[in-house]
Write a protein that binds this ligand. Structure first.
Ligand code: HEC
Length: 117
C-alpha cells in the first residue's frame, strides 16, 4: 500500500512539478495539495478514480454522501482514520509525503465544493 502511494506520488510530483517548483511546501495551499495528493484517489472533480474505488473512496459529488457527514466527522476521519484499513488518515499522509503538518480542516471547503456540482 505504501509502495503504491509512493510510486504514484513520484509520478504525480513529476506531473505537477511545473505547478510547485516555484513555491516551498509550506506555501502550498489546500487546492494544490488536493491536486497533488488527494486527486489520486478522489479524482480532480471529487469522483473517485479507479484506484480510489478499489480502496473504497466515497464519491464527493454524491449529495447523499455529503449529507451523511458533518464537517466535524470529516475532520475526525482525516486525523484519526476510519474503520477502513486501506484509508491513510490525511494528516499523517501529508506529513509522510511532504513533511508538513497541516490543519486538515482546510480541506473541508474543497471537499464540500464538489457536492454543489
Ligand atoms: C490512497 C487513496 C487516497 C488518497 C490519496 C486520499 N484519500 Fe481520502 N479517502 C480514501 C478512502 C479509501 C476513503 C474512505 C474511507 C472510509 O470510508 O472509511 C477516503 C475518505 C476521505 C474523506 C471522507 C472521510 C469520511 O469520514 O467519510 C475525506 C474528507 C478525504 N478522504 C479527504 C482526503 C484528502 C483531503 C486527501 C488528500 C490530502 C485524501 N483524502 C487522499 C482514499 C484516499
Amino acid at each position: 500500500m505504501k509502495k503504491i502511494i509512493l510510486g504514484a506520488f513520484l509520478v504525480l510530483s513529476m506531473a505537477f512539478a511545473s505547478d510547485t517548483s516555484n513555491c516551498r511546501a509550506q506555501e502550498v495551499d489546500s487546492n494544490q495539495l488536493y491536486g497533488m495528493l488527494c486527486a489520486l484517489c478522489h479524482g480532480p472533480n471529487g469522483q473517485p478514480t479507479e484506484q480510489g474505488v478499489q480502496f473504497g473512496s466515497p464519491d464527493f459529488t454524491d449529495p447523499a454522501w455529503q449529507a451523511s457527514k458533518t464537517d466535524e466527522e470529516l475532520v475526525k476521519s482525516m486525523i484519526d482514520g476510519t474503520d477502513n484499513q486501506d484509508y491513510a488518515p490525511v494528516k499523517q499522509f501529508v506529513m509522510d509525503m511532504l513533511g508538513i503538518d497541516i490543519d486538515v480542516a482546510e480541506f473541508i471547503p474543497k471537499v464540500r465544493s464538489f457536492g454543489g456540482q
